[in-house]
Design a protein. Structure first.
Length: 359
């Protein structure tokens, strides 16, 4: 592994990092102005950076063992990993910015539903903010990262991932109202452990069914004549169920998931962990049946985790169609328990699951 000095002939001027995230509950609600409750994970992306005197950006990925170049101010999509960096600098204007050298090292697994892209965007933005003296708070930093992913990369993501990476804190869940951008750190009770297990199935936000689901939510919003699906309550169920399929199911998921997030916040505050687990299980059923973003092997992993001793509940986390699951359980022996779940999953599906959290 080459150091920054070995790569670029000098030491870095600044360094920054940002965590990945697992969403405890509140899936596919952020782009409808809804509520979400993510937690940060130990895996992080780290950026070392040094300014140049010209407009050339030289960027090295430790994991890919590649160094790429582009001109700041002349960003052009290449449809690969460098677009996340180019998107950040393209959206940064008119803030002061010129060329730089950067070394990126990350242990957030890509394609896992754990927000590797947001961790890259926020860590890069933090390094650029320090190096070039930007006056940009953490919320505006997150919004800039989201713009990079939506407008430059072309992935129609909501703001949850960047907000979690920018404002999240260990041992607390981050409650986000994605309409007002109000946030609150909700402490995780001592009796609650959180596990994240990757299914061995990758996904891609920039294409496929994720984009279709967002379009269906927008169509349901128009059909219901509301400003956003965030405004829906249980009293709107007759109107929701009158929509044509599958818009009825999509809107029902968003409405019920928002309610589950609010109840999960109260469950955390009260230490009602059995109730929290039931909410996670209900969320997964809604994602599987109403939003239709799960796949059979992901359902199998959730079911195996839910059967494990000490587990309160489990669900898919992230965009779906693969990626990881999040498990709420008693902390004692949690990793060993999830390793046993991974072994059973491998025996039943021939896929390799990886326990990412706890370390």
């Amino acid at each position: 592994m080459s150091s920054f000095r070995e790569l670029f002939g000098a030491d870095p001027e600044v360094s920054a990092e940002a965590p990945g995230r697992a969403n405890l509950i509140g899936e596919h609600t952020d782009y409808s102005g809804g509520f979400v409750l993510p937690v940060t994970i130990p895996q992080r992306t780290r950026v070392e950076l040094r300014r140049r005197r010209d407009d050339t950006a030289r960027v090295h990925s430790v994991q890919l063992r590649r160094t790429e170049e582009y001109r700041v101010g002349s960003e052009s999509a290449r449809h690969d990993w460098l677009d996340y960096v180019q998107g950040v600098t393209a959206m940064a204007r008119p803030r002061p910015l010129r060329g730089f050298e950067a070394r990126i090292d990350s242990d957030v697994p890509p394609g896992s539903g754990l927000s590797s892209s947001a961790a890259l965007e926020i860590s890069m933005l933090r390094a650029l903010r320090e190096a070039f003296g930007w006056t940009l708070d953490d919320v505006r930093l997150a919004l800039l990262g989201q713009r990079a992913e939506v407008e430059f990369v072309g992935a129609p993501v909501g703001v949850m991932d960047q907000m979690a990476s920018s404002l999240g804190s260990p041992r607390a869940a981050l409650f986000i109202d994605t309409q007002s951008l109000r946030t609150e750190l909700v402490p995780i009770p001592a009796g609650l452990g959180i596990a994240v297990v990757h299914s061995g199935i990758s996904h891609d936000h920039a294409s496929g069914e994720y984009r279709v689901r967002r379009g269906e939510c927008e169509e349901a919003t128009r059909a219901l004549g509301v400003a956003s699906l965030r405004t829906l309550t249980v009293e709107d169920l007759p109107r929701i169920e009158a929509l044509r399929p599958p818009l009825d199911r999509r809107a029902r998921h968003v409405m019920t998931e928002n309610a589950r997030v609010l109840e999960a916040v109260e469950a955390l505050r009260a230490g009602a962990l059995e109730r929290l687990g039931a909410l996670l299980a209900a969320s997964h059923r809604s994602l599987r049946d109403d939003y239709q973003v799960s796949v059979p092997d992901l359902d199998r992993l959730v079911a195996l985790a839910a059967e494990a001793p000490g587990v309160f509940g489990a669900r898919l986390t992230g965009g779906g169609f693969g990626g990881a699951i999040v498990v709420a359980a008693r902390p004692e022996g949690l990793r060993a328990s999830m390793e046993r779940v991974a072994e059973r999953y491998r025996a039943q599906t021939r896929r390799t699951a990886t326990v990412l959290v706890p370390r």
